[in-house]
Design a protein around this ligand. Sequence first.
Ligand SMILES: *Cc1c(COP(=O)(O)O)cnc(C)c1O
Length: 462
Amino acid sequence: MKEWYRRLPKMDACLADTRVEAWIREFGYEQVKDAFARELGEIRKSIQATAEEAVIETGIAALFDAVEKRLKGKFLGLRPVINGTGTLLHTNLGRANFSEDLAKRAMDKASRYSNLEYRLDAGKRGSRYDHIEGLLCALTGAEAAMVVNNNAAAVMLMLAALCEDREVVVSRGELVEIGGSFRIPEVMRLSGAKLMEVGTTNRTRLSDYREATGSETGAYLKVHTSNYQILGFTESTVLDELVVLSRETGVMVLEDQGSGVVTDLSAYGLPREATVQASIRAGVDLVTFSGDKLLGGPQAGFLVGRRELVERCRVHQLNRALRVDKITLALAEETLRLYLHGDRVGEIPLYWMLGRTLEELREAANWISSKLTESLIQNLGLEIRETQGTVGGGSLPGVSFPSLALVVAKGNSAAQEAKLRQGEIPLIARIQQDEIWIDLRTVYPDQWGFVADRLRELEAME
Ligand SMILES: *Cc1c(COP(=O)(O)O)cnc(C)c1O
C-alpha cells in the first residue's frame, strides 16, 4: 500500500497546475494548499479503508474537482444571479434592487468621510437621522421620522420605547408571522410590552378595542396582514375608527404598516394599497414600515409620526443596537429623493419592472430565442408563454399580474433547473408542471445574453 500512496500527486505538482492559478488568486495560496492536503488525505483514508487499488485512480481523477468544490463551499460569497422567477421582491434573492446610478450616488457619499453625524453649518456634532428626516416627512406628511435596520427592529423599538410594561391591544386577525422569524407575539414579549389580543381571526370590531381598554392600556396596534388574506366573513376595524376611539380614551394608535407603499399602485394595474401617508393623515401616532419592500430601497425600518414619540424612540437604549449604517442611510436617501419627483419613481427597479409591457417582454423573449439554434429550440421544446408574476417579499398577497416566460417544455426539468443555477451567472427559474419557466419581467436587458448562455448549456445535457 505504501507503493500506492507514492502514486498520489505531490503537493508542489498540484499547486503548479494551470487550473490552480485562478484559485490561488481568488482564495490565497495557504487556503488552496490546505484544500489539497485535505483532499489528498481523504484519498489516503479511502485507500486504507478499502485496500483497493482502483481507489487511487478514481481519487486522482476527481482530485481537482474535489478541491474546487471544497474551496467554493468554504468561501461561498455573494454572487449576482438572474432572477427568472417573476417574483419582484424575492426575499431569498435580496428583495428590492437598486439602479446602478443610484448605487453609485450612494456609494460616493458612503465610501469616504461624510457629514454623517456632523453639522457643517455649526461645526458641531449632528444626528445621522437628520439626513433623511426631511425626505420622510415630505413624503409621508409626518412631523418627525427616523430609521433603524429593518421593520422588525422598528416595531420592536416602538413597542419597547413607548409601551414597556403596558398592554398593547392587537386584533387576533393581525397576529402575523413574516418570513418565519418575525412574529408579533414574540416581538411584543421581547420588547417588554404585554400583548392583549382582541376579537377573532376573521372578525374584530371597534367595541372589542373599547372593551379591552383599561388603566394598563399603552396603545392600540394595527398590523398590516402583509403576506396573507383573510377572505369570506370578515370584519376589521379601520384606522379612522380606531383613531376616533383613541381620541376618546387617550390611548395612542400605532401601526406596523409593513410594505411601505407611498405611491399609487393602481398606476401599475395593481389594487390600490393604503399608503403610509394615508395612515398619517388618518391620525395614527406612529407608523413603521420596511425599506426594501414596496418602497424599493435598502433593508431598513422607518418610523414616522409624532415628534415626541419619534424622540422617545431615538433616545431609547435599544436604538443604539439597531442603528443604521451609513451605506443604508445613503441608499435610503437616494431612494427617497426619487419620490420627490413623481416621474422618477420608474428609476426604482421594482417600479421599472412593474411598468414593463408584455410587448417589451416579448422583445426580450425574441431576442434570447434569436441567439439559439433552431435545433436547440426544438430539443428544449422552447416556447414563449404568458404567465403571472407576483410582487412577493411578503407584500400584496393574492395579487398577480400578466407576465411573459420562456418555457423549456422538454427534458428533465429538475436537472435542467439545477444546471441553470450552477452556471457562471446563475439563473434562478421556476419549475411548474415539470417544465422550466423563466419569467422575463425580472430579467434586465443586460442579462438577456446570459439567459441565452445558460439555455445553450442545457444542450450538453441531452
Ligand atoms: C415585512 C414585515 C415586517 C418585517 O419587516 P422587515 O423589514 O423584513 O424586518 C414586519 N411587519 C409587517 C407587517 C411586514 O409586512
